[in-house]
Design a protein around this ligand. Structure first.
Ligand SMILES: Nc1ncnc2c1ncn2[C@@H]1O[C@H](COP(=O)(O)OP(=O)(O)O)[C@@H](O)[C@H]1O
Ligand SMILES: [Mg+2]
Length: 224
């Protein structure tokens, strides 16, 4: 077993890095995989999420002290998990973010469909391009978070995304109370049960798309 490694990154705070990392890791774990969430943000939001209840099925660890040595520390642990999901601080140039991108198979960049958020995210694109010098296998996808379908703003912002230079994941996350409830209760979406029906479908579509990207079903080398 050699874990597939997903780094959830963005320069912008509040874009949904921790939410995406914890929902996705929880979804992998609920599907029967062994999963480590490596919390590299000194604020330790992912660790707090898991600590809110007894029911979070993935291992969540504070590894913020590893800084630029993160890739070496996680490489040693790759054989113990199916997936390692790295949650990161809002700092594209931080040693820990660079180290995460150096090791990851896939970078996921959550973006809120607002021009301000997109402008603030440009530096993460540079960080991904830089990381590919040492990690040419690194793929990257934007993930629209807090999607508001059928609004003029959403259409305009989504129209800007191709210029951003990182391909867009087809699946996205809407703004949903269920996602906040997971964090408040320290559990996964599936554990919320019927309260979270639509959210569960939305997250499952996202997980499947990520799985197929990581298994190479997607055309290799396409885009970033
Ligand atoms: N899809 C979503 N639906 C509802 N609330 C969300 C969603 N994504 C993020 N949030 C909320 O927005 C805030 C910022 O999200 P968070 O995941 O902490 O961002 P980051 O880790 O990038 O700083 C949190 O309060 C979180 O609960
Ligand atoms: Mg966070």
């Amino acid at each position: 077993m050699s874990a597939k490694i997903i780094a959830v990154v963005n320069q912008k705070g509040g874009a949904g890095k921790t939410t995406l990392a914890m929902l996705l890791a929880g979804s992998f774990a609920d599907a029967g995989h062994s999963v480590l969430v490596a919390d590299t943000d000194p604020q330790n939001t992912a660790v707090h999420w898991a600590g809110m209840g007894e029911g979070y099925p993935a291992t969540v660890e504070d590894v913020s002290g590893e800084e630029g040595k993160l890739h070496k520390a996680l490489r040693k642990r790759r054989d113990a998990y199916d997936y390692i999901v790295i949650d990161s601080p809002p700092a594209a140039a931080a040693p820990v973010t660079r180290s995460a991108l150096r090791l990851a198979d896939l970078a996921l960049v959550p973006v809120i469909p607002s021009p301000l958020d997109l402008w603030a995210s440009v530096r993460i694109r540079e960080a991904i391009i830089h990381a590919r010098e040492k990690n040419p296998q690194l793929r990257a996808r934007l993930v629209v978070n807090q999607m508001q379908p059928n609004t003029v703003l959403a259409r305009e912002v989504l129209g800007m995304l191709p210029e951003f230079g990182i391909p867009l994941l087809a699946a996205s996350l809407k703004s949903r109370t269920a996602y906040r409830q997971c964090a408040a209760l320290g559990m996964t979406l599936a554990a919320l049960g019927s309260r979270a029906g639509l959210a569960i479908l939305e997250l499952e579509a996202l997980r499947r798309e990520v799985e197929s990207l990581l298994s190479g079903v997607d055309v290799p080398g396409r885009g970033l």
